[in-house]
Design a protein around this ligand. Structure first.
Ligand SMILES: Nc1nc2c(ncn2[C@@H]2O[C@H](COP(=O)(O)OP(=O)(O)OP(=O)(O)O)[C@@H](O)[C@H]2O)c(=O)[nH]1
Length: 382
């Protein structure tokens, strides 16, 4: 595949020097956010639960800490709740709580009411390569408890480690788990409790896709973002556009045309290439500067007449588009439309201004706690 590649990197416009991946933000705005930190326990939570060795810590490390999947083989078992605050590096401002496999709801020191009250999404991980009967029992116990405390939680089931399964086996496993889990809920008269199922693996992009969908459900501005993307692509001759959280490669929104895995993978790969090249050639000689900043943009022309176009939207977000070479002849128009799109996104999120987040006991468990606060906090909600 021949690739024509252009990357522009200008780190000069930002005062504080940072390097990827430790600090991915622009230094100055980072200070704003630091100035009014929300007490960590009041941030909306995504819980990762499931049996021992089902893959919870691996998911969290691969998606949010750039750990390579092979390295997860050496992860030690989690013995206490591990709270990971990812708000300093990511657009989405939440905490991920990784639970040890053996959580005991009857343990009086485990205050599950407090935990579930401030939870936006509960991800239950099931190891699809193992016998899942015990996991299904645990799933039922966990979601029914959580639902009674907070019916607003989104319940997400990751049927995980499917890399070891054939395509037929994957479908059959999903069908079986879906059927049994819902039968258990029906037996307990919990038909209203909705479970969403995803086939995932850390060895491909499925885990990023699944996490994208989990996070999207927690973003109240999603319809607005989709609308803006639809308007942008239809006026620019673009085939597909994703709004990415750069550090995690979660897409927080896309236009309303269907997502195919290949396009998503291509865009993820583009982000990796841009950041890697930036880290090598985009920093100043003394190593200062940022690998991703206001001037970050890249165009990659593939040999099948497809063009990939990436541009910075906010300090955590990038727009990545796929378009035909013919459409790219009107680059001026695309750039202008992008300018309008970027402005609109900034208006939606008021980038860089952090409004005080809810504090105190009344905030935990309030309905708005389900929606994630965003870095570049929106005007109207949260
Ligand atoms: N094949 C395969 N293995 C995986 C996948 N995800 C995780 N693993 C492996 O599963 C094992 C257990 O992973 P962990 O992330 O430690 O599991 P955990 O659920 O956090 O375990 P506890 O901390 O004991 O609760 C590790 O050896 C991982 O490499 C996957 O998608 N596919």
């Amino acid at each position: 595949m021949s690739i024509q590649y252009e990357v522009e990197q200008l780190a000069d416009s930002y005062g504080v020097a940072d390097s990827f991946p430790k600090d991915f933000g622009y230094g100055e705005e980072e200070a704003d956010i630091e100035d009014s930190p929300a007490p960590s326990d009041s941030k909306p939570r995504i819980l990762l639960m499931g049996l021992r060795r089902s893959g919870k810590s691996s998911i969290q490390k691969v998606v949010f800490h750039k750990m390579s999947p092979n390295e997860t083989l050496f992860l030690e078992s989690t013995n206490k709740i591990y709270k990971d605050d990812i708000s300093s590096s990511s657009f989405v401002n939440f905490q991920i709580w990784d639970f040890p496999g053996q959580v005991d709801f009857f343990d009086p020191t485990f205050d599950y009411e407090m935990i579930f009250r401030g939870t936006g999404a509960l991800i239950f991980v099931i190891d699809a390569q193992d016998d899942y009967v015990e996991a299904l029992g645990r799933l039922h116990l966990t979601v029914s408890r959580a639902y009674r405390v907070n019916p607003e939680i989104n319940f997400e089931v990751f049927i995980h480690k499917v890399d070891g399964l054939s395509d037929d086996h994957k479908i059959e496993t999903q069908r079986d788990i879906h059927q049994r889990a819902n039968d258990d809920l029906a037996d307990a008269s919990l038909e209203k409790l909705h479970l969403s199922f995803y086939l995932t693996s850390i060895y491909d992009h499925s885990i990023f896709e699944a996490f994208s969908k989990v996070v999207q459900k927690l973003i109240p501005q999603l319809p607005t973002l989709e609308n803006l993307l639809n308007i942008f692509i239809s006026n620019s001759g673009i085939e597909k556009a994703f709004l990415f959280d750069v550090v995690s490669k979660i897409y927080i929104a896309t236009d309303s045309s269907p997502v195919d895995m290949q396009s998503y993978e291509l865009c993820c790969d583009m982000i990796d290439v841009v950041i890697d090249v930036s880290c090598i050639y985009g920093l100043r000689e003394d190593g200062s500067g940022s690998a991703y900043d206001k001037e970050s943009m890249a165009i990659i022309k593939l040999n099948n007449t497809t063009v990939l176009y990436l541009k910075e939207v906010t300090k955590f977000l990038a727009l990545v588009c796929i378009l035909r070479e013919e459409s790219f002849e009107r680059k001026g128009l695309i750039d202008y439309n992008f300018h309008c799109f970027r402005k609109a996104i900034h208006e939606v999120f008021e980038v860089g201004v952090s409004t005080p987040r809810p504090v105190g006991p009344q905030a935990v468990g309030s309905p708005c706690n389900k929606a994630v606060a965003l870095n570049g906090t929106p005007r109207s909600t949260v």
